[in-house]
Design a protein around this ligand. Structure first.
Ligand SMILES: NC(=O)c1ccc[n+]([C@@H]2O[C@H](COP(=O)([O-])OP(=O)(O)OC[C@H]3O[C@@H](n4cnc5c(N)ncnc54)[C@H](O)[C@@H]3O)[C@@H](O)[C@H]2O)c1
Ligand SMILES: [Zn+2]
Length: 672
């Protein structure tokens, strides 16, 4: 290769890798697999070694991939947070072992193996036994201070156990979303018509950087601790891990000390299949030299330690024939394409179907029936199609024509602006949408009618007895006895269950009626704020936006829902059936008008009040709580750890920024 060719390639690789780094770390998405990414980086490193003078100033081989954000305060790391060198091959692992041996000049050494947890790394600082800071890796030198969010993670001790921890130390750990939590979260999102999250890692990373800690708490993040830093804290990594366990940190019990690289390889082989049963995603094994003194001797490169390496498992992928594409219609009318495959054995199970994200993905992959496609198993139960084996493509294969009509009711499909999915707009006449709405309605978090299940709903629909949730309330004993397997007693049970649901409180009813984007939390907030369905139905877009946590998307959806004739009819029938459409929660007493209709945005954490308490106090005293900073806002009530971007915006717009103490002054009638 000539230097000119090398330069061109180095420049191209540099900008390509930087592009994917930006997607991965800033936008929490990916366009290529980790393995492809790692291959690009290897290529670049290789070329840079051969032509060191051509290395670009922004080379990704010299820096940790992430960056800091504006939404959080930035903190310098006491010890830089680096990346890990990685390999996918046993041979390279043995080369690394040889380099370690050479670096240690013949001294004996041991390894310590841990699984490579796939989440986001976190630095946790403890002082006098208390958690004082949680900071993201950021660019490795500085990270985002996300302490408030980290405090919501139950497995991270706020106070360490025992009395023998040093006065000051730092713990490194991986924050992750357990697989089951991730699946549940996606199920809930699908249920209210939100797009599914692509994978658990990206979702964990996005969650850690959310502005609202109460929402973070609901997401149920978890954390595994894997390193301890401080002065004279331990002699070996093993000892650090034992201390972390003793102090109450959550350490994955999957680690093992290994005498040599052969034992390491045994560990790697063993966990390749066993790791599938772990509660979280893992993508490899991290191998560390056990002695901390030896770690120090081996030192670091620009972006990773020489005393550790990540052995990454190749994604479990296989190629098989795409026999066809079928389409599923969900409760919200969203159409999901499914790949029908020539059955193939992959990672312990036979795979016949795989998910195709949406029409865009089919076009992007340029999929054709009869193609050989690569199928990959990630954390999801259903495998996904990741690419086409072009070498095996036959000449006569035709591009896939995405369907134009609903596969169930034949209504022409529509697409909403800015969304990738196609929808069947026949809300009241399309079977899976109708059944899905009833299933949503009866679920535990909604009306909680456990005497009804999917099968019964299906039968009720097929017999023409239930076409909407309201129909449930006019079912008779005779109707129910027509269902297969129902006798006197079971029929009575079913009807009693339906009847009892009339007592379900308003906020659950509001969730049950299935307004798009209105999940349980939002329903609770709306119910609390507006008090009755009539108030919500009358609310203008502007009124809706004033409710806590309601943004443009939710406001639009709620507004449209109540202007739709079918929903109006359904609500009036449910009202007639006797469901609860008013909040019975006690009205917060009006205490005064001292805040004179002034508007407040609440941000950050407060010493003496919870956020919700502040909201209540403001309303009780004649003020209003709004969700975003604008020129019309009267006060930004700022607590600790408020995002700098909010502050900046308020300053720019000339909005008064007030403290907790200022707020108390306002309450006693002072002006500021
Ligand atoms: N697909 C893409 O477009 C894309 C883009 C950028 C990065 N990536 C992926 O991210 C990787 C680079 O990310 P990186 O620099 O964070 O490196 P890395 O994720 O490969 O390794 C370093 C990280 O491993 C984590 N880790 C998990 N378990 C650990 C343990 N037991 N001990 C120590 N650390 C542990 C830590 O969070 C640490 O920060 C790439 O190799 C690539 O796979 C993919
Ligand atoms: Zn349809």
């Amino acid at each position: 290769m000539t230097p000119a060719q090398a330069l061109k390639e180095i420049q191209e690789l540099t900008s390509k890798i930087n592009y994917h780094n930006d997607l991965y770390y800033q936008k929490n998405t990916t366009e290529i697999s980790d393995q492809e990414f790692d291959l690009l980086l290897k290529k670049l490193e290789h070329l840079e070694k051969e032509f060191p003078e051509l290395k670009q100033p922004d080379s990704p081989s010299q820096r940790v991939g992430g960056t800091i954000t504006k939404e959080f305060a930035n903190v310098y790391h006491k010890y830089p947070m680096l990346s890990l060198g990685n390999t996918y091959s046993q041979e390279e692992l043995e080369d690394w072992d040889a380099r370690v041996a050479k670096g240690l000049e013949g001294d004996a050494y041991e390894y310590f193996c841990e699984l490579k947890f796939d989440g986001v790394s976190m630095s946790l600082t403890y002082e006098n036994g208390l958690l004082v800071r949680g900071v993201t890796r950021g660019d490795g030198v500085r990270g985002d201070d996300v302490t408030n969010n980290i405090r919501t993670i139950r497995s991270i001790p706020l106070k360490v156990k025992g009395t023998n921890a040093p006065a000051s130390f730092e713990v490194r750990g991986e924050v992750f979303l357990p697989k089951d939590v991730f699946l549940q979260l996606n199920k809930e999102r699908e249920d209210i018509g939100e797009e599914r999250y692509a994978n658990a890692r990206n979702t964990a990373s996005g969650t850690v950087k959310m502005q609202d800690s109460t929402e973070v708490a609901r997401r149920k993040l978890d954390c595994y601790a894997y390193s301890l830093l401080g002065e004279d804290v331990a002699d070996t990594h093993e000892e650090s891990i034992q201390k972390l366990e003793a102090w109450g940190f959550n350490v994955s019990p999957t680690y093992r000390k290994c005498k040599n690289i052969q034992e390491v390889i045994k560990y790697i082989t063993e966990w390749d299949t066993k790791r599938q049963d772990l509660p979280l995603e893992t993508d490899g094994v991290v191998i560390k030299v056990n002695s901390l003194e030896q770690q120090e001797r081996l030192g670091f490169t620009a972006k990773s330690p020489r005393w550790a390496i990540a052995y990454k498992y190749k994604a479990q992928s296989i190629s098989t024939r795409l026999n066809g594409v079928t389409y599923q219609v969900g409760r919200t009318g969203a159409v999901t394409p499914v790949a029908e495959l020539e059955p193939v054995f992959l990672a312990g199970t036979t795979v016949k179907r795989a998910s195709l994200h949406n029409a865009n993905q089919i076009a992007q992959l340029d999929l054709r029936i009869g193609d050989y496609v690569f199928v990959e198993k990630g954390g999801e139960i259903i495998p996904k199609v990741t690419g086409v084996d072009l070498e095996k493509r036959k000449e006569d294969v035709q591009p896939i024509q995405y369907i134009a009509n609903c596969p169930v009711c034949n209504t022409p499909l529509i697409r909403f602006e800015g969304e990738a999915a196609f929808y069947c707009p026949n809300i009241t006449g399309c079977a899976p949408q109708i059944r899905g709405r009833v299933e949503h309605f009866i679920q535990r978090k909604a009306m909680d009618i456990d005497s009804l299940g999917e099968q019964t709903i299906k039968q009720l629909y097929e017999l023409g007895l239930v076409k909407s949730p309201a129909d449930l309330y006019s079912l008779t004993r005779e109707d129910v006895l027509r269902l297969e397997g129902f006798k006197d007693k079971s029929a009575k049970n079913l009807l009693d269950g339906i009847s009892k649901s009339k007592e379900t409180p308003f906020e659950s009813v509001l969730f049950a009626i299935g307004i798009r984007y209105v999940g349980k939390t939002v329903a609770e907030k709306l119910a609390r704020y507006f008090k009755s369905i009539d108030k919500i139905a009358e609310a203008s877009l502007e009124d809706l936006l004033k409710a806590p946590e309601v943004g443009e998307k939710i406001a639009q959806s709620v507004y449209q829902f109540f202007r739709n004739e079918d929903s109006q009819l359904e609500i009036s029938r449910l009202k007639a059936a006797g469901l609860q459409f008013e909040s019975t929660a006690k009205e917060p007493e009006k205490l005064s008008d001292v805040l004179g209709n002034k508007s407040f945005v609440i941000s950050g954490v407060f010493e003496r009040y919870e956020r919700e308490q502040l909201q209540e106090i403001i309303v009780q005293n004649g003020g209003r709580v709004v969700s975003s900073v604008s020129g019309k806002l009267d006060y930004l009530l700022a607590g600790d750890n408020m995002g700098p971007s909010k502050r900046e915006k308020a300053e720019k717009l000339g909005v008064k920024i007030i403290s907790e103490q200022d707020f108390e002054k306002l309450l006693t009638g002072h002006t500021l």
